[in-house]
Design a protein around this ligand. Structure first.
Ligand SMILES: C[S@@+](CC[C@H](N)C(=O)[O-])C[C@H]1O[C@@H](n2cnc3c(N)ncnc32)[C@H](O)[C@@H]1O
Length: 234
């Protein structure tokens, strides 16, 4: 009887917390200038501005590049990548890019991109699908905004995203062009250094960046690795 009562109290508390955090989320969305700007520009979500700001500052994207966008849903990064790589062939005088977006979720089509929805990036089946599309072409830029559903437990969320980041690094190293770039989202934590050191083995420069559109109270930041050295032959 006592156990039942405790269970009821517990689920009631959970409901209150859920209600409180969704109210908080709604209030934050209402006062966020990027939410409004995203609507005005027809971007699928405010994240578009994170990539826009990082690319404007660090010149990551260029016409003709082959780009793989991991954790792409709902698709706002892809909406930025397509015109910047000319993968929709809008400018006939510039080289045409190839853009592949992957996500666990289904995505509405984006002209100029090949979207693999319902696809788990951490599965080899998805890697095979990407390789078939690449058809021996090497990747110039790997972007990963992939993130797990946050549990709210900081070290657990960090572990989960770092595990994803390692699979992004492995994929990039196996499929990138010499000179290529890899941009990976992480949530701050004690394994950052290990990831950074592995990236440094394969890329000439590695640095942390945080665009202003990334909320300052969030643990989110991006690792930008540039100048892929090629696979090290022993
Ligand atoms: C922050 S959202 C990406 C937003 C996206 N960059 C945009 O601008 O529209 C993170 C995405 O990672 C995806 N994701 C999480 N785990 C994944 C996995 N194992 N494979 C593929 N996508 C995954 C989620 O479904 C989610 O859509």
């Amino acid at each position: 009887m006592k156990k039942l009562k405790a269970l009821k109290v517990c689920s009631y508390l959970k409901m209150i917390i859920r209600e409180h955090s969704s109210k908080e989320w709604l209030n934050r969305q209402k006062s966020d200038p990027y939410v409004e700007k995203a609507k005005m520009n027809n971007y699928r979500c405010r994240s578009a501005f994170k990539l826009l700001q990082m690319d404007d500052k660090h010149s990551i994207l260029k016409p003709g590049q082959c780009v793989v966008d991991i954790g792409a849903a709902p698709g706002s990064w892809t909406q930025i990548v397509v015109p910047r790589t000319n993968s929709d062939f809008t400018n006939k005088n510039l080289p045409t890019g190839l853009v592949i977006g992957i996500d666990l979720q289904q995505m509405f089509p984006i002209n100029g991109a090949i979207l693999l929805g319902n696809s788990d990036f951490t599965s080899t089946k998805t890697w095979d699908k990407i390789k078939t599309i690449l058809n021996n072409r090497l990747i110039d830029v790997v972007l990963s905004d992939m993130a797990p559903n946050a549990t709210g437990v900081k070290h657990l969320d960090h572990d989960l995203i770092i595990k994803m980041a390692f699979s992004v690094v492995k994929f990039s190293v196996m499929n990138s062009n010499v000179g290529g770039t890899c941009l990976i989202k992480i949530w701050d934590g004690n394994q950052n250094m290990e990831l950074e050191n592995i990236l440094l083995k394969f890329y000439s420069t590695v640095k942390y960046i945080k665009p202003t559109a990334s909320r300052s109270d969030s643990a989110e930041k991006y690792l930008l690795a540039r100048g892929f050295k090629g696979l090290i032959k022993n």
